[in-house]
Design a protein around this ligand. Structure first.
Ligand SMILES: C[S@@+](CC[C@H](N)C(=O)[O-])C[C@H]1O[C@@H](n2cnc3c(N)ncnc32)[C@H](O)[C@@H]1O
Length: 235
């Protein structure tokens, strides 16, 4: 099986059945959950469908309803009555306060501007039950495609900016083909800045680490710091 499937709405690539440590811990955490769990921006649901084996109700969200229909088709027939599809912008979902045990969101919020990141995390906190956990991954500045950005990121970080990784792609990516496949702006995080954004959003950070991506395209790979994963608790 290929590592990636292209998204149908030009929002990058979805990982196929690559459970990174954060997605793995999400699936483990859902064992015995008494409330439903949610994946935001799930594309084809490949990171979270496994938790249906834990007999929880899984809500899948994505901006593009076609991704969700495909997720339903991939889901074993006998598990489909535990799967709920909720298309739309994640900020707008009609989910009740304190109604979820856990929320997974992989490789999505680095496409959001700073205000949208903060609004999204406020929604996530609102939906989680006390003790519920948020499991998020994002891309870091340390991807191979924008070496000129590393120094600027560090400088802005030392200036104390909350979002030093908010950058206009064409200012840093020299290859036009690569830039054409990315949005105009991205919002990249390292371990410290992602932790800080979750803390100011009212979460307690349980763990936050770089995630190596040896299976990323060659131009994206750098030195094992390609992504960052966080697990944060709502109290
Ligand atoms: C790079 S793909 C990542 C897919 C999957 N989470 C993974 O890690 O393989 C980004 C996904 O986020 C979805 N997405 C982007 N913005 C969104 C939003 N505001 N609300 C819900 N989904 C969104 C896209 O439709 C796309 O499927």
């Amino acid at each position: 099986m290929d590592v990636y499937t292209k998204t149908l709405n030009q929002t990058g690539f979805a990982l196929n059945a690559v459970l990174d440590p954060v997605a793995q811990q999400f699936v483990e955490f859902t064992q015995g959950a008494s409330l439903p769990v949610l994946e935001l921006g799930c594309a084809y649901g490949m990171s979270s469908l496994a938790c249906l084996g834990n007999r929880v109700t899984l809500i899948l969200n994505d901006l593009d309803e076609r991704h969700l229909r495909s997720a339903m088709e991939r889901c074993p027939v006998h598990q489909r009555n535990h799967l709920v599809l909720l298309p739309g912008d994640l900020e707008t979902l009609p989910i009740l306060e304190r109604s979820l045990a856990a929320i997974l969101c992989c490789r999505v919020i680095h496409f959001f501007d700073p205000d949208k990141v903060l609004r999204s995390l406020a929604r996530v906190r609102h939906w989680l039950a006390p003790g519920g956990k948020a499991f998020f991954t994002v891309e870091s500045p340390y991807l191979g495609i924008w070496p000129k950005f590393y120094e600027d990121f560090q400088r802005r970080r030392h200036q104390g900016l909350l979002f030093p990784g908010h950058m206009r792609v064409r200012d840093y990516v020299c290859d036009n083909d690569i830039a054409a496949n990315l949005p105009e702006w991205m919002n990249l995080f390292d371990v410290e800045t992602l932790s800080e954004v979750f803390r100011v959003s009212g979460f307690q950070v349980e763990s936050c680490q770089f995630i190596p991506r040896p299976y990323f395209f060659e131009q994206l790979r750098l030195d094992g710091r390609e992504s960052v994963g966080i697990i944060a608790v709502k109290h």
